[in-house]
Design a protein around this ligand. Structure first.
Ligand code: ATP
Ligand code: MG
Length: 903
């Protein structure tokens, strides 16, 4: 390659700025070019649209900006950074940083951050605009600027200081602005660029933002979040944000706009407590405490919003540290004691993990799990020090709570020692973390935090007409009556959960779930007084079930906030409002409520974007700890995903995997896993769900040898066919679908492994028997039939009957799906269609009339008769009578022989 020597020389120095450059960046680059006349101006990436528009339209300035691809990074000797010093914001230029001979000069007005670069020249001061800094230098050096340059520089100052109104504006900015006026900055061009009329698209966007604007209160600090989704790129969102902020006169505003595949986050703040740059940097962006932005990829709007709220919860508050969370004194054990002794201590204090301490120093952690395993393997006399974990994190009392949370939940260390001057002064357990998170949520409930969020403009949707169309009259009337009873008691009453979800999905579901803001039990009792029904109440949970005559069952709950004692335990209950009740639910699509009180009958309440998620067919949790709080939600998500053909949201999937990775699933009791698995297998077509389980490693989690290979998949498909066939033929027949699928699931397991799985799922003896024997008998019967096929003689019909009749319907359907032989399938189908209900025409009473003594003999005769009928030896009643008489003769002959022998 031949290079023009001139070019090489000039390429050795580059002036650049942050990605998404704004006017202050451009202004600063121009100013810097005066100081480094040989340097080339290069943008590290794209510029904000308004800047680009300006560029294109502007014929005034012929800025010589080189494209980054024309720069030979290897040749670079000096990098001049303006308006940034963050590594993550300089795009491709971060690649040259490793060059040993590279000189870096920095001119910046951003506050320090953890990823700041350092240079041999650093001019850093927190003034309103970077160009202010550079202008100061230019003035001192007596360097001139043209009116055009002054205009651009003024734009930089205006933009970054909000026309000199942001609190970040310093005296120097005013001075610089004055200087620029003196140098001929053209204010009419400025006002053209800055106070441009909004385009039609921007007006729509502004309208959406206003509509969605929601007021939050984070620990006493009011702020507003607005969001919108647009499909085409709209330039200058910042202008729209500015407008919104002015219209509403907001102190703190966050705007999230989804455009194409990314979400733009813009924050503006007038309050010291809210540093928007800190928040933006959590999203990979940056800026100033008063104005910042980020471009978020790989998140939907809702996820970004959730994350924003979460980030705000963390940042907008006095910080908690490890010291606040730890408990002390902490039980500890000696490394030299035996595992058996350790086990006793763990059991006596009901602990799951303990620190191992030697000379006041924590040298390890030992968990109940390890102790139990080791003891099980006969190692009870081994010493704790041999089996303790020696790789573990510790924190100091001043470590932030979020770090503590990251270690305990993110890295699955269930006990975290707090160390000060080499001594353990306390420790934090998973339970403590959960408790604190919970307390924070509770606190917020009391009006101090995010749950106070209220739409600035309440958008209420009334769907009473739709309800009337969709529900049968008796259900509709019932809902109306619930509302009336609520009014009488002064309670708000809502229909909630799956019932509402399925209404919107237009799926039939008459499992009515009601939540009352009041005493649910009293509500049910009051209802019982007025309508003929029965009720059952659960005082402990504040719930009731109303059983109506037409077999309709209504669950009534008291609006509640569940406090989990430990992450995977069942909840204890305290009462709270409907919002809290909905917040504790599993997925956004299940958080919808419909008010039933007469005044507001049919008002659809959607606090968490459930309607939108249903429309978008996504399953999303409400908060990041959802799966940690209740790992059964993993199974529920999978179940709903396949039932509705929805998708589990990306972020939710991520959280799911996390919860599994850190082992929260292991905390689930066998019984809870079983009931989830059962529900899953009870679904219409569980294969997809099982595949999903396999891909998430959940099958492995149930039993290490549980697999779902191609053969098993085909098996499942086959079961689906068989079941559909069967249901079509025998509508009324009851059986348990899940069991058939379960048989298929365990088909590749050895008998001992099946035992282990049953154990893992805490099956009771009865169920275990059904599982193990049901499958075994099915397999044996298949073998029996197979042996017939291999001989020349086809089985008699009664033989088929004898093999199949003792088996459960589930076993038979399992066989039918499992066999690859058409003949076998035909036999089973024959059994179902022609034999299973076959009965002799004669009854026991008929036989007695025929002179046969009552007793076991009758049973035997009837059995014989059935056999004859199955084998088509008897057809009519007369045939049967003759058969009996013959058999009777035979029997008495046999009896005579027997008497003779006895003589
Ligand atoms: P289905 O149609 O399978 O009955 P559903 O949504 O009605 O679905 P249920 O198991 O009947 O589910 O539960 C009723 C409601 O209780 C759900 O809509 C959900 O809001 C809530 N819920 C159930 N299980 C959980 C859970 N593990 N965590 C949080 N909320 C749950
Ligand atoms: Mg339900």
């Amino acid at each position: 390659m031949v290079n023009c020597p001139l070019l090489i020389e000039s390429l050795m120095e580059v002036i650049t700025t942050h990605i998404n450059a704004d006017f202050d960046s451009l202004a600063s680059m121009l100013a810097a070019k005066k100081l480094y006349p040989n340097a080339v101006l290069v943008f590290p990436g794209s510029q904000e649209r308004s800047l680009r528009d300006f560029f294109i339209r502007s014929t005034l300035y012929a800025f010589e900006v080189e494209r980054i691809k024309n720069i030979d990074l290897k040749e670079m000797k000096r990098l001049i950074l303006v308006d940034t010093r963050q590594i993550s914001r300089i795009g491709k230029f971060s690649e040259v940083l490793s060059k040993s001979d590279l000189e870096i000069h920095i001119y910046d007005h951003h506050p320090p951050s953890s990823e700041d670069l350092h240079g041999s020249v650093e001019v850093i001061s927190e003034v309103g605009a970077t160009v202010t800094l550079l202008l100061d230098i230019l003035q001192k050096k007596g360097m001139e600027i043209t009116p055009d340059e002054a205009t651009v520089m003024m734009l930089g100052i205006y933009e970054d200081t909000g026309n000199l109104t942001f609190p970040s504006t310093k005296e120097d900015d005013f001075k610089a602005a004055g200087y620029l006026i003196r140098k001929g900055a053209n204010l009419s061009i400025l006002s053209n660029v800055i106070t441009k009329e909004l385009t039609a698209e921007q007006v729509f966007l502004l309208n959406d933002l206003i509509q969605s604007a929601t007021r939050y209160n984070f620990h006493g600090i009011d702020l507003v979040i607005a969001q919108a989704s647009v499909d085409r790129y709209i330039g200058d969102i910042a202008v729209v944000v500015h407008k919104l902020k002015d219209i509403e006169n907001l102190d703190v505003l966050f705007v999230l706009v989804r455009m194409e595949d990314r979400v733009y986050l813009i924050g503006r703040s007038r309050l010291e407590e809210v540093n928007v740059s800190e928040i933006a940097s959590e999203f990979g962006g940056g800026g100033h405490p008063t104005a910042a932005s980020a471009t978020v990829k790989g998140m939907t709007l809702v996820e970004a919003q959730a994350r924003l709220v979460k980030t705000l919860t963390e940042f907008v508050k006095p910080k908690k540290v490890a010291r606040d969370a730890m408990i002390y004194p902490i039980k500890r054990i000696d490394p030299e004691i035996t595992l058996e002794e350790a086990g006793e201590i763990l059991a006596r204090y009901n602990l799951t993990i303990l620190p191992v301490v030697q000379n006041e120093k924590v040298i390890g952690l030992i968990s109940k799990q390890v102790v139990e395993k080791a003891v099980y393997h006969g190692l009870k006399t081994s010493l704790v020090k041999e089996y303790m974990t020696t790789e573990f994190a510790v924190v100091s009392p001043d470590t932030s709570f979020s770090r503590v949370q990251a270690i305990i939940i993110g890295q699955n260390q269930s006990l975290l020692p707090v160390i000060e001057k080499d001594r353990m002064i306390g420790a934090i357990s998973v339970g403590d973390v959960m408790r604190i998170l919970q307390e924070e949520m509770m606190k917020s409930e009391k009006g101090l935090s995010v749950f106070e969020s209220q739409p600035l403009y309440a958008r209420k949707k009334v769907i009473s007409q739709f309800m009337k169309e969709r529900f049968p009259e008796h259900i509709h009337n019932l809902l109306v009556e619930f509302g009336k009873v609520g009014d009488e008691l002064g309670y708000s009453v809502y229909a909630v959960g799956g019932f509402v979800r399925d209404l919107l999905l237009r799926m039939e579901n008459f499992d009515v779930d009601i939540v009352v803001e009041g005493d649910g039990i009293r509500f049910a009792e009051e209802f019982e007084k007025k309508f003929s029904c029965r009720i059952r109440t659960h005082k402990k949970f504040g719930t009731a079930i109303i059983l109506l005559p037409d077999k309709l069952k209504v669950d009534v709950a008291t609006a509640r906030w569940e406090v989990y004692d430990s992450p995977a335990a069942l909840p204890t209950v305290e009462s709270a409002s409907i919002k809290m009740d909905l917040y504790r639910r599993d997925f956004t699509m299940n958080t919808l409520a419909i008010q039933l009180n007469p005044k507001a009958f049919g008002e659809l309440i959607d606090f968490f974007g459930g309607v939108k998620d249903i429309k978008e067919k996504v399953i999303r949790v409400l908060h990041n700890l959802s799966f940690v709080e209740d790992p059964t939600r993993v199974f529920r998500a999978i179940r709903f995903e396949q039932r509705f053909g929805f998708q589990i949201g990306k972020h939710t999937q991520h959280l799911m995997k996390n919860a599994m990775m850190v082992g929260f699933l292991e905390r689930l009791s066998g019984g809870r896993i079983l009931s989830e698995l059962l529900l899953l297998l009870q679904e219409e077509a569980p294969l997809l769900a099982l595949k999903r389980m396999r891909d998430l490693n959940l099958l492995h989690f149930l039993h290490s040898n549980l697999k779902l290979n191609e053969q098993a998949e085909a098996f499942f498909e086959q079961i689906h066919h068989v079941i559909s066939w069967f249901d079509l033929l025998f509508l009324e027949e009851r059986y348990e679908r899940w069991l058939i699928y379960f048989y298929a699931l365990i088909d590749l397991l050895k008998e001992t492994e099946i035992e282990e799985l049953c154990q893992r799922l805490a099956m009771n003896d009865k169920l275990k028997k059904r599982v193990i024997e049901g499958k075994l008998h099915g397999d044996q019967a298949l073998f029996q039939i197979f042996s017939w096929i291999n001989t020349d003689r086809p089985p008699r019909r009664s033989e088929i009957y004898d093999v199949l009749n003792p088996l459960s319907t589930e076993s038979k359907l399992f066989m039918m799906a499992k066999t690859t032989q058409v003949t076998t399938r035909r036999y089973i189908s024959l059994y179902f269609t022609q034999m299973k209900d076959t009965k002799p025409l004669l009854r026991g009473t008929d036989l007695i009339q025929m002179g046969i003594k009552s007793g076991p003999f009758i049973k035997k005769m009837l059995k014989g008769l059935l056999k004859a009928r199955l084998d088509e030896q008897v057809m009519t009643r007369q045939d049967e009578v003759e058969y009996i008489s013959k058999a009777q003769g035979m029997e008495s002959w046999e009896e005579t022989i027997r008497y003779q022998k006895e003589d």
